[in-house]
Design a protein around this ligand. Structure first.
Ligand code: DGY
Length: 321
């Protein structure tokens, strides 16, 4: 009998075909995530789940599946949507998709940095609104990128990829993480404590996972330390930033601008006060959104799922304590 799996959304065919070939696959074929009650129902009796970052896979879901559940394969590098201790306690392996989306996500973070600094989105709105009457000496002036200081909060794969891009722009790079990075020197990045990084950076870009320690790391105190001209870029997880503190900081001029690919909650509610501000640009979580990368993520997630359901070690397993 083929292993049974539930796939919570239609991921690229590159991965789906691999799964369909050897599994009895139930695929949630809707553009929106399965509602909680549907998820709890559809997972019953499966050997593996392929989940997305939009699906909360907690103990209740694992217990609804049954004791035969062997693997949860997340179609993302981040896995804050999965209760890892609950999976570990039940002997369920968890996989993710690290590495392949590093450069793609750094490209997008840098795109947001440039767009925010040089007011690309505001420029486009201005032109479409029919306001472009002449070349203006003071029209939509922005911030210099070359020569500026970039502060990287988190210096893992994506943080390091940002440092490589920053070198091409002649930026000074600070990074903050618990330990010295062995690659920092070759990337021209200097370790700084959190407060120094906030005080000295023209751009602060977030590259940490969402954990208990990083939840609302960027809070009112952090914004007060930042330069009034600072630009915040968040392509990590919305929960790393306190949205109310961000709103106040942007509204009161404690920082100049925010470019966000992720929000808390996600999607951002239509009545969020942040959407009333001119000095914020928000994208709908597009960091890894290229055809090539999403195909590679699909293959990697399928490989993890298949390894798990056939009782093999996952090629990309999350560290489970
Ligand atoms: C991830 O993989 O965690 C990103 O947020 C989406 O690709």
């Amino acid at each position: 009998m083929k292993p049974k799996v539930f796939i919570t959304r239609k991921i690229p065919e590159a991965g789906l075909a691999m799964i369909r070939a050897v599994c009895d696959a139930d695929i949630w074929d809707d553009p929106l995530p399965p509602p909680r009650n549907v998820l709890l129902e559809r997972v019953r009796g499966v050997d593996g789940i392929l989940s997305l970052l939009t699906d909360k896979i907690d103990a209740a879901v694992m217990d609804a599946v049954g004791a035969q559940l062997k693997v949860i394969s997340n179609y993302a590098v981040g896995y804050d949507n999965i209760d890892i201790p609950a999976a570990t306690a039940r002997g369920i392996a968890v996989g993710n998709t690290p590495g392949i989306l590093t450069e793609t996500t750094a490209d997008f973070a840098f795109a947001l940095l440039l767009a925010a600094a040089r007011r690309v989105v505001e420029g486009d709105k201005f032109v479409r609104a029919g306001k472009w009457q002449t070349w203006g000496p003071r029209l939509l002036l922005g911030a210099e990128v070359h020569g500026a200081t970039l502060g990287l909060v988190g210096f893992g794969r994506i943080g390091q990829a940002m440092a490589r891009r920053a070198a091409g722009f002649g930026m000074r790079v600070l990074y903050h993480q618990r330990h010295d990075s062995p690659v920092a020197e070759s990337l021209g990045a200097v370790r700084a404590d959190f407060d120094t990084l906030l005080r000295e950076s023209d751009f602060v870009s977030l590259h940490v996972p969402l954990t208990r320690q990083t939840y609302h790391l960027l809070d009112a105190r952090a914004f007060r330390l930042m330069k009034k001209s600072a630009i915040l870029i968040n392509t990590a997880r919305g929960g790393v930033v306190d949205p109310e503190a961000l709103y106040s900081a942007l509204k009161n001029g404690e920082i100049a601008f925010a470019a966000l690919d992720v929000t808390e909650p996600e999607p951002i509610p239509a009545d969020s006060p942040l959407l009333t501000l001119e000095n914020v640009v928000i994208a709908p979580h597009l960091g890894s959104a290229t055809h090539t990368t999403r195909d590679k993520m699909a293959v990697m997630a399928a490989e993890n799922l298949l390894a798990g359901v056939f009782g093999k070690p996952l090629p990309n397993a999350v560290e489970q304590k």
